[in-house]
Design a protein around this ligand. Structure first.
Ligand code: ATP
Length: 237
């Protein structure tokens, strides 16, 4: 049987040389949830997400994705997740198609299957009209959709997005919200960070609010938006 929660974070700490970035963090994410991760700059969001994505190690505590320990089974975990960092890199000499095809190859898709998958992803992320465009001629929003597309190639179950809406214009932000909605409809689980509550509120069914590395709220996004005594607005920009 499948483990009950898709994500289980158990009493995790992350201490850098002189910074206690994450403190006693525990939470679960269930399959199919769209969870917002809210906190001010430096609250510990990126650190938490990097540990979930097997890119950093907890100082203490354990993290399981689909029952697999991120430290002991990083390869298995990487097959389950898509990770979108806040500063994704691009290879400017490639076109949109070439970039996706390059990554599809690195994911081990064979030729025929690869072309089909790249087409499917371009269609989904509204990239088909941009197929032949070099990456350095993409707007921020287009570049972000490309990064989204790349992440979707291996069809991961859990998508971890670090500040995906930062720097997007209103139109690109709307397109991003639509992608999130479509993915949620397809049963994907999403974990999305932001330091702006209004950016995530409507997209997410659940919110986690982190402050000084500690979880201070975990519940329905509606409750937090109405104000439940937690000083969200004081801690957020
Ligand atoms: P932001 O929105 O600015 O990315 P955040 O909530 O993602 O903020 P983190 O990037 O997780 O916050 O940082 C949490 C704290 O840990 C900060 O004080 C940061 O300076 C510190 N930190 C993060 N990574 C390192 C590192 N590699 N070495 C030392 N300190 C670090």
């Amino acid at each position: 049987p499948l483990p009950k929660a898709l994500v289980e974070v158990r009493d995790v700490d992350r201490v850098f040389e002189n910074v206690h970035a994450v403190r006693g963090l525990s939470f679960e994410i269930q399959r199919g949830q769209v969870v917002g991760f809210i906190g001010a700059n430096g609250a510990g969001k990126t650190t938490t997400m990097r540990m979930m994505a097997t890119l950093d190690l907890p100082t203490r505590g354990r993290i399981f994705i689909n029952g697999e320990d991120v430290v002991q089974e990083p390869e298995k975990v990487r097959r389950l997740i898509g990770w979108m960092p806040d500063n994704y890199g691009t290879y400017s000499y490639m076109t949109v198609f070439e970039y996706l095809d390059f990554f599809a190859r690195s994911y081990g898709f064979k030729k025929a299957e690869r072309t089909a998958r790249v087409k499917e992803v371009m269609d989904f992320a509204d990239l088909t009209v941009l197929a032949d465009r070099p990456m350095d001629k993409l707007s921020k929003g287009m570049g972000q959709r490309l990064c989204f597309g790349r992440m979707l190639l291996p069809d991961p179950e859990l998508l971890i997005l670090d500040e995906p809406a930062a720097g997007l214009d209103p139109k690109a932000r709307l397109e991003f919200k639509n992608l999130v909605r479509l993915l949620a409809q397809r049963g994907k689980t999403l974990f999305i960070s932001s330091h702006i509550l209004s950016e995530l509120g409507e997209m997410c069914d659940t919110l986690l609010f982190i402050d000084g590395g500690k979880l201070v709220y975990h519940g329905a996004s509606e409750t937090l938006k109405r104000g439940n005594g937690t000083d969200v607005h004081g801690a957020l920009q």
